[in-house]
Design a binder for this molecule. Structure first.
Ligand SMILES: Cc1cc2nc3c(=O)[nH]c(=O)nc-3n(C[C@H](O)[C@H](O)[C@H](O)COP(=O)(O)OP(=O)(O)OC[C@H]3O[C@@H](n4cnc5c(N)ncnc54)[C@H](O)[C@@H]3O)c2cc1C
Length: 298
């Protein structure tokens, strides 16, 4: 890792040629040309104004839904996890910065006696990633509890937006072009915090029983097609345990692809393509990835 000299006025940290393998849950991928760790939202705005207008940008939370290719990302990665970390509860509202882990938001809301955010405990990403993906678990989804969001554009201008400004679907969110999430306000209800904390524990136990949570993966690789489950289609196609290099279809949950230790991003991408082709051939169903693929092959 190399650290570049700080630009005047900037308070964050710029890292050059930063390997991205440690910033995603598959633990694969090449390096980013540069990565910025903002000190806060104003500092990020300042940094964005220093970039060329055509600089490729990648916004990164906990990398729990990202396949970074082995050749890395030829642009600037903006890391929000560990950087934009504010969380403030006022009445039945929680103001959560984009870099806050969803599990922390769920725990803090329950501790404050608020209900409605327990499902977030099952999502191993940040609030920014949950907003970008409309992440959901155990019957709950992110956007139905969002009151408003703050976004930022390339010029460093911040915008307050309402849910109506976005087209929200299953693991898909379309909003004003060229804006990224900085924070959100969650509208929750005042209730029994102890029961909510118990619900979180029960959800996590259920999750541990049905998913290979201890092995590097990105959770569900494919979106569920309408009226069916990707995991069922993969399982009936006989693909559990199927491997490409160090990547393997989990025997515990067929929609999870795990890095058994030495997988490359190319192994994982190859296995994704093989699974999709086999499900298409054997079941006649086209699977679409939920996982976002970024960067260049080697
Ligand atoms: C074991 C496991 C279980 C999982 N279970 C679930 C589940 O039950 N339900 C579910 O929905 N998902 C699940 N996931 C997937 C993942 O946790 C979610 O998609 C999560 O919302 C991603 O958040 P992140 O911070 O890791 O985003 P990242 O992986 O860092 O990024 C994902 C996408 O969001 C974009 N993005 C990130 N931050 C921002 C921002 N601030 N503004 C704009 N765009 C941004 C990125 O550029 C990228 O395109 C699981 C993953 C794992 C590893």
């Amino acid at each position: 890792m190399m650290t570049a000299p700080k630009q005047p006025m900037l308070r964050g940290e710029l890292r050059l040629n930063e390997s991205l393998g440690r910033y995603n849950t598959w633990r694969v991928g090449g390096a980013a040309a540069q990565m910025y760790l903002p000190a806060d939202a104003d500092d990020l705005a300042q940094f964005l104004r220093t970039l060329p207008a055509d600089e490729p940008l990648l916004w990164l939370g906990l990398g729990s839904n990202l396949l970074v290719r082995d050749g890395g990302f030829p642009g600037t990665v903006i890391l929000l996890h560990g950087c934009l970390s504010g969380l403030l509860i006022e009445g039945a509202e929680a103001h959560v910065d984009a870099g806050v882990p969803c599990a922390k938001a769920a725990r803090e809301c329950a501790r404050a006696g608020l209900t409605g955010a327990a499902f977030l405990a099952g999502i191993p990403g940040t609030m920014g990633g949950a907003l970008a993906m409309n992440a959901g678990a155990f019957g709950g989804e992110t956007w139905p509890i969002v009151g408003s969001v703050t976004t930022i554009d390339r010029e460093g201008i911040m915008h307050r937006r309402l849910p109506d400004d976005f087209e929200v679907g299953y693991r898909q969110v379309l909003g004003p072009a060229g804006e990224w999430f900085l924070a959100c306000t969650l509208n929750l209800a005042q209730g029994d915090g102890t029961a909510e904390q118990a619900a979180i524990r029960a959800l996590l136990e259920r999750r541990g029983a049905t998913q290979p949570t201890g092995q590097p993966s990105c959770g569900s690789t494919f979106r569920n097609p309408p009226g069916d489950h990707a995991a069922r289609l993969i399982e009936v196609s006989g693909l559990k345990g199927c491997r490409v290099g160090g990547a393997e279809v989990s025997a515990k949950h067929a929609n999870f692809i795990i890095n058994t230790g030495d997988a490359s991003a190319a192994d994982i991408e190859g296995l994704i393509a093989h699974v999709a082709a086999e499900v298409e051939r054997l079941q006649g169903v086209t699977l679409r990835t939920e996982v976002q693929m970024v960067g260049e092959p080697l």
